[in-house]
Every structure is written in structure tokens, then in C-alpha cells.
Design a binder for this molecule. Structure first.
Ligand SMILES: Cc1cc2nc3c(=O)[nH]c(=O)nc-3n(C[C@H](O)[C@H](O)[C@H](O)COP(=O)(O)O)c2cc1C
Length: 188
């Protein structure tokens, strides 16, 4: 296993969750990891909904996850849970598709009423997929996230520290499991 897979679950083209995921990806790349992001909205919808697990695009995405030492799952909260699009993708992974992997759950939402959705909805799925270690996740209110015209997340000191607090234990968990050295490239 090598590298990190990031799976984003938003169906929106201009997505705060995807911008958050891009920020995390950049952080992990700086740490020396090879990172591949799967935006579920970009996968062929018909293949996804018809369960064509062997379609080339779905098979490629599943392979990225299978080969990853760590997986970041970033989803908006829809109807008190993670998105249906994300679930459609997770459903096509093997029963223990996250075995041996560290997992970092991230969510954005419109109301603090659903701040626990990571713990009551997403975490059990990651456990059921056999994740070795699901580290503490982070729920962020959408109004606290600002996107620039270019769709890039504007990160102030407070948000930057929050992200660092959750990314560091994830990195430590991935490294603890001995990510093979060739997969970690020297950070520039
Ligand atoms: C269909 C739909 C359902 C939503 N349901 C909830 C919800 O139940 N709880 C919540 O906190 N936010 C809810 N939201 C708000 C989104 O989770 C929030 O705006 C999120 O940051 C959007 O992420 P995105 O920009 O990546 O798409 C909902 C948004 C949509 C579009």
C-alpha cells in the first residue's frame, strides 16, 4: 500500500468540501505523500448507480483506494448524513476495502444540529469497511468556509490550526503503519 486517497462526496461543481479536501491534499503533498483525489461527482453516474463495478473509471477509482495507506473522506452533510453519491461509491468497495488503512473523516454542513454526523453516520461505515484506525474527524460549518473566485479555500490562522490539529494525527497514523519509503517523496 502506498500514498493517500482522498474521496470527496459533494455533488456541487463549486464545493466547499472539495476546496477543503484540496487544502488537505496540498498539506499531505508537502509532507511528502503521493495523493490522489477521487471526486465522486466526476465518476460515471450511470455506472455508479447501476453497480457496474468493473467499468474502467470505477475500477480505477477502487484501485486508488485499494493501494492507499490512508484515506481521507470529505463529505457535505445532506439530510443529516453523508451524501448518497459518496455512499454509492463506498458501496462498490470490497467488504473490507479499508483494511489496514488509516482514515480521516471530514464533513461540512449548514447546521450544528448535525455536527455529530461524522460519528453516528460516517465513522460506522469506515469501521465496517475495516479501517485500521479512524482518527478524530472534523465538522466545519459552511458559513465558516470562504471560497475565492478561483474556488480555493481562504484559510485564516484559526482554520489553519484546526486543520493542522486533525491532519497531524492522521499523518502519524499512516506513518506508524510503515508506509513504504518509495511512496513518500521528499517534500520540496
Ligand atoms: C440537498 C442538501 C441537503 C443538506 N442537508 C443538510 C443537513 O441535513 N444538515 C446540514 O448541516 N447541512 C445540510 N446541507 C448543507 C450542506 O451540507 C453545506 O452547505 C455543505 O457545506 C455543502 O458542501 P459543498 O459546498 O461541498 O457542496 C444540505 C445541503 C444540500 C444541498
Amino acid at each position: 500500500m502506498s500514498g493517500i486517497a482522498i474521496i470527496t462526496g459533494s455533488v456541487s461543481a463549486r464545493s466547499k468540501t472539495s476546496a477543503l479536501a484540496a487544502r488537505i491534499a496540498a498539506r499531505l503533498v508537502r509532507e511528502g505523500f503521493r495523493v490522489t483525489t477521487i471526486h465522486v461527482r466526476e465518476l460515471p453516474a450511470e455506472d455508479l448507480l447501476h453497480g457496474r463495478f468493473d467499468s474502467p473509471a470505477l475500477a480505477d477509482a477502487a484501485r486508488v483506494v485499494a493501494e492507499a495507506a490512508g484515506v481521507v473522506i470529505a463529505t457535505p452533510i445532506y439530510k443529516a448524513s453523508y451524501t448518497g453519491a459518496l455512499k454509492a461509491f463506498l458501496d462498490l468497495l470490497p467488504q473490507f476495502g479499508l483494511a489496514g488503512k488509516a482514515a480521516l473523516p471530514l464533513a461540512t454542513g449548514g447546521t450544528l444540529a448535525h455536527v455529530l454526523a461524522i460519528d453516528y453516520a460516517l465513522r460506522p461505515v469506515l469501521q465496517s469497511l475495516g479501517a485500521r484506525h479512524v482518527v478524530a474527524g472534523l465538522f466545519l460549518l459552511d458559513k465558516a468556509l470562504r471560497l475565492g473566485e478561483d474556488g480555493v479555500l481562504d484559510v485564516d490562522d484559526e482554520l489553519g490550526s484546526k486543520l493542522e490539529e486533525i491532519v497531524r494525527p492522521f499523518i502519524d497514523s499512516v506513518i506508524r503503519e510503515g508506509l513504504p519509503l518509495p511512496a513518500r517523496e521528499v517534500a520540496a
